[in-house]
Design a protein around this ligand. Structure first.
Ligand code: CA2
Length: 145
């Protein structure tokens, strides 16, 4: 089972600022955490991060026929990108949305999630643990098909 983990803009700068919202750990620590979570779940993962909307759309399209599912934190594009929503709908791979922070408790503009409309589940406000939950959720869903 192969999962694609997508992280959107600025998540490569994790740990640099706003630790009270996103935690103190950096992106390299997130990658280590993802790898450990994948090994625990017995799945293969590939991690992709981009600051560019089109590159994220390209990665979702390229996942078709290669990956069994997608875990995505579209970061700021969560709240703006119909293109990412359409790409997720187009490939129709099982997808789970993750947010480090609880976006429902923040500014109003963060309450809308376009990508989330094409996802089977959302984990938010759990920090890195949300990604682990997402991997386990997809593993469970995909193994019972
Ligand atoms: O909580 C999340 O995971 C978010 O997807 C993070 C996005 C934000 O736009 C979403 O509303 C919620 C922002 C990621 C920014 O990452 C930073 C990295 C370093 C310093 C400051 C922010």
């Amino acid at each position: 089972m192969k999962l694609l983990i997508i992280n959107g803009p600025n998540l490569n700068l994790l740990g640099l600022r706003e630790p009270e919202i996103y935690g103190k750990q950096d992106y390299a620590a997130l990658l280590d955490f993802l790898q450990a979570s994948a090994e625990e779940a017995g799945v293969e993962i590939e991690c992709f991060q981009s600051n560019h909307e089109g590159a994220i759309v390209d990665a979702i399209q390229a996942a078709y026929g290669v990956f069994d599912g997608i875990v995505i934190n579209p970061a700021a594009y969560t709240h703006t990108s119909v293109a990412i929503l359409d790409a997720l709908k187009a490939v129709a791979l099982p997808a789970v949305e993750v947010h480090l922070s609880d976006v429902s408790l923040r500014e109003d503009f963060r309450r809308i999630s376009y990508a989330g409309m094409a996802c089977q589940k959302t984990f938010m406000g759990l920090g890195f643990e949300g990604y682990r939950q997402a991997i386990l959720f997809l593993k469970d869903r995909l193994s019972s098909r």
